[in-house]
Design a protein around this ligand. Structure first.
Ligand SMILES: NC(=O)c1ccc[n+]([C@@H]2O[C@H](COP(=O)([O-])OP(=O)(O)OC[C@H]3O[C@@H](n4cnc5c(N)ncnc54)[C@H](O)[C@@H]3O)[C@@H](O)[C@H]2O)c1
Ligand SMILES: [Zn+2]
Ligand SMILES: [Zn+2]
Length: 366
């Protein structure tokens, strides 16, 4: 049984693809043959050090596959089931899970990379991203990580429900509270941001303005529902001032690859009085400053909101998104620009950086 994984051994290193040892599934755990895993920018933050992670680390938190075996006491899934994998699995019984806010589970590994790991390599334990580690032929995860899906949903499309789609969708629909007639700006329309466009469109938005310096992303955004696409925040400000005098956007979502206090402040200025700003992007952990007119912020009653997993409740929203996909309200296959083998994963990230991909996906061999 081949089992290789892409491991990060040092900050600013490359992913090295090599054989790994995998523990057998224990009580409540399942062995999953990973079939597809998306190349999310968050894994790159582990590489750059912008996001502190334990090392060595098996990457990947956006995956789908087939259950091959189950440990003692597993009831949610059975061998042969097709599943979407959920990172930082919620416990289901803490206060926040009880409120349907499983993304904020108080018992999940929120800080979370690799609290539990089935992997070892070169004679040492290797952490698993988000308690998943989907940059691997196989992984062993809690059954709480698995959401069963119908077998006709392609694995590559399904993998994106593990992060990009849920996070982007939820940023608009839940955290941004987009409603009919709202004007929305999405700053950064990559794999995650373009799903905020899809969420805003489904929620009944009026204007959906995308800001992205890459022309390919702007063109793509329009096929996903953006009404306008511009290259800079300055152009978006000009456009909104012209189209919505005195009002600007109702909701702004920041989903650039690497954020900063400066970009965030500019994004806050895109919404009018009462507007909501959602920060999906990861800002380097060492960055702590935001230069914002607090006087203006208070007296315009704006809301600034973080984003963990789009504010979704995975057990409700993953099946909901599959239904929307089936009925053609949500595009998934069209999100995938390029596919790669595991051996080509560094090329996949090079293509993310050069702006070539809306989303790159690694397809794992049998
Ligand atoms: N909060 C969460 O739960 C969560 C989950 C997933 C991803 N993320 C984060 O979301 C961000 C986006 O992830 P992704 O996978 O979509 O990345 P991506 O690289 O696919 O997309 C980023 C996009 O931002 C654009 N961009 C770069 N600089 C810009 C600028 N100054 N103005 C406008 N656009 C700009 C790029 O051209 C690209 O299209 C990352 O920081 C990632 O870590 C957060
Ligand atoms: Zn992600
Ligand atoms: Zn919980």
């Amino acid at each position: 049984m081949s089992n290789r994984a892409a491991i990060l051994w040092e900050t600013r290193g490359e992913w090295t693809v090599e054989p790994v040892e995998l523990a057998d599934p224990g009580p409540g755990q399942i062995l999953v043959k990973v079939k597809a895993t998306g190349l999310c920018h968050s894994d790159d933050h582990a590489v750059t050090g912008d996001m502190p992670v334990p090392l060595p680390l098996v990457g990947g938190h956006e995956g789908a596959g087939i259950v091959e075996a189950v440990g003692p006491g597993v009831t949610r899934v059975a061998p042969g089931d097709h599943v979407v994998l959920i990172f930082n699995p919620p416990c289901g019984h803490c206060r926040n899970c009880g409120q349907g806010r499983s993304n904020l589970c108080l018992n999940a590994a929120q800080q979370g990379y690799g609290q539990q790991t089935p992997f070892s390599a070169r004679g040492q334990s290797v952490a698993a991203t988000g308690d998943l580690g989907t940059f691997a032929d196989r992984t062993v995860v809690s059954e709480r990580c698995a959401i069963k899906i119908d077998k006709d949903v392609p694995f590559a499309a399904a993998s994106l429900l593990g992060c990009a789609v849920t996070t982007g969708w939820g940023a608009a629909v839940y955290l941004g509270e987009v409603g009919p007639g709202d004007n929305v700006v999405v700053v950064g329309s990559g794999g995650v941001g373009v799903n905020s466009v899809q969420g805003a469109r489904n929620a009944g938005a009026n204007l959906i303005v995308v800001v992205d310096p890459v022309e390919f992303k702007r063109e793509q955004a329009k096929t996903f529902g953006a009404t306008h696409a511009v290259a800079s925040i300055a152009e978006a400000t000009e456009l909104l001032t012209e189209l919505t005098p005195g009002r600007l956007a109702d909701v702004a979502i920041l989903s650039v690859g690497v954020s900063s206090g400066g970009l965030l402040a500019e994004t806050v200025d895109l919404v009018g009085p009462g507007g909501i700003v959602v920060i999906t992007s990861v800002t380097p952990a060492a960055s702590t400053s935001l230069d914002l007119s607090l006087f203006q912020f208070t007296l315009t009653q704006k809301t600034l909101r973080g984003n963990v997993y789009g504010g979704v409740n995975v057990y409700r929203d993953v099946p909901l998104l599959v239904d929307l996909y089936r009925n053609k309200h949500l595009k998934l296959d069209e999100l995938i620009t390029s596919t790669y083998t595991l051996d080509d994963i560094n090329q996949g990230y090079a293509d993310l950086h050069s702006g070539k991909n809306l989303r790159g996906v690694v397809l794992l061999e049998d």
